[in-house]
Design a protein around this ligand. Structure first.
Ligand SMILES: [Zn+2]
Length: 153
């Protein structure tokens, strides 16, 4: 039950803090575009591309093998919905979808797993990130939030 309620070592976890139902009125500030019963979708505050989404269970869990099946199903269901919304709204040429499990795999928040959904366009890895070490996004996070919040209902 402690696992399910997300109370184990969740202090300081931004997904627990922003995903808490009590924080629902702050969804725009927290970039949450959709909530379901067991999982939610939010914008990555540090996107690789416009429309870069994160899908996370409410449960504070870093071990995929211990995620209760209903939460796992909800996670994949929302991943499908995130891809569909991005296809309809942004018409990308492809997607990177995946989990970074553990710090060695590049997880920025290893204790609360989350699926990255990154829309890709032909040629989007251009000279700016490669040479300039920076990214150019064609719209602000606020604009992305408004489009996807509307699209996901
Ligand atoms: Zn957490």
């Amino acid at each position: 039950m402690q696992y399910v309620s997300g109370s184990a070592d969740a202090g300081g976890c931004f997904l627990c803090a922003t995903g808490a139902v009590a924080q629902e009125a702050q969804d725009e500030a927290n970039l949450i575009v959709h909530r379901a019963e067991l999982a939610f979708i939010l914008l990555n505050r540090y996107p690789y591309n416009s429309g870069h989404l994160l899908v996370a269970p409410y449960a504070h869990a870093g071990d995929l093998t211990l995620l209760p099946p209903p939460a796992g199903h909800a996670l994949f269901d929302l991943t499908q919905r995130a891809v569909a919304a991005l296809q309809e709204e942004y018409h990308p040429d492809g997607f990177n979808v995946g989990l970074n499990l553990g710090q060695a795999a590049g997880a920025g928040l290893p204790d609360h797993l989350h699926v990255h959904v990154v829309p890709r366009w032909n040629g989007d890895t251009n000279f700016m990130p490669v040479v300039g070490g920076t990214k150019v996004l064609p719209e602000t996070l606020d604009q992305t939030w408004a489009r996807l919040r509307q699209r996901l209902g």
